[in-house]
Design a protein around this ligand. Structure first.
Ligand code: BTN
Length: 250
């Protein structure tokens, strides 16, 4: 699956580079990995803190035969793959904050950014998707402003880890998840959502603040059949959440 693995000591963003390479015809399974990113991209236009050496910054090119509406499923599948890789390498089970942040001790250790390109001539099919994963592995600490929100696998497990082990475990788990997702003969959507529900205690019964629709508070109530988060809002309405940025309240 990981066909051409290209390593960068330092790069602006592995996602940005791989999107460019994809536009220029790079094959499915191309993997870009960096020791450091100088302008790592996060979701919602944020930057992703990418110091040299301590984290895994990786982007994977996939060309799934899927309609655009399945882009969310790729995000959910990647979260599950990262959760499995972390479990294999540390024995720890990270919780998944919808759609795909991984949390240990309530703090974020993995961020995922899936960027897609559409097919022009077919109706809204996915031409390719670049799956970007940032894993905080060996950070001994974080800058003051993000310390309350961020952790690393080393901080959570008490042990340093080899980044290459995580990379291998992640690529294998992701390969498996994407294969399941592309198997249209299987009840793949239902299966993915069932496993996500098992893997995310956060998605049920967590008191949260939702920024969209003018902002509201409520309690997470699982996912709908398309993979969107449901929140029972305090005014008694069951609302569907369309984008990330949902945060737990104390
Ligand atoms: C988030 O905001 O949680 C998503 C962060 C995604 C970071 C990864 S690191 C590798 C890849 N390249 C990027 O520029 N971003 C993603």
């Amino acid at each position: 699956f990981a066909r051409g693995l290209q390593h960068f000591a330092s790069v602006d963003s592995t996602n940005a580079r791989l999107l460019e390479a994809a536009a220029a015809g790079a094959p499915e399974g191309t993997v870009f990995v960096a020791d450091e990113q100088t302008s790592g991209r996060g979701r919602g236009g944020h930057t992703w803190h990418s110091t040299p050496g301590d984290g895994l910054y990786v982007s994977i090119l996939t060309k799934p035969a899927l309609p655009l509406r399945d882009a969310l499923l790729i995000s959910l599948a990647t979260g599950l793959a990262a959760q499995r890789a972390i479990r294999e390498c540390t024995g720890l089970t990270a919780d998944i904050r919808w759609p795909n942040d991984l949390l240990l001790d309530g703090k974020k250790c993995v961020g995922i950014l899936v960027e897609t390109a559409l097919e022009r001539d077919q109706n809204a099919a996915l031409r390719y998707a670049v799956i970007g994963v940032g894993i905080n592995i060996n950070h001994p600490s974080f800058p003051e402003e993000i310390a309350p929100l961020a952790t690393s696998l080393r901080l959570a497990s008490g042990k340093p880890l080899q980044r290459s082990s995580l990379l291998i475990a992640l690529l294998r788990a992701l390969d498996h998840e994407l294969m399941l997702l592309e198997d249209i003969s299987a009840p793949r959507e239902k299966d993915l959502l069932t496993r996500f529900a098992e893997g995310s205690t956060w998605a049920r019964g967590k008191r949260v603040k939702v920024p969209e629709q003018g902002g509201y508070t409520g309690v997470t109530a699982g996912l709908n059949e398309h993979g969107f988060l449901l929140v029972a809002s305090d005014d008694g309405v069951l609302r569907t959440v369309l984008s990330g940025g949902v945060r737990e309240m104390e």
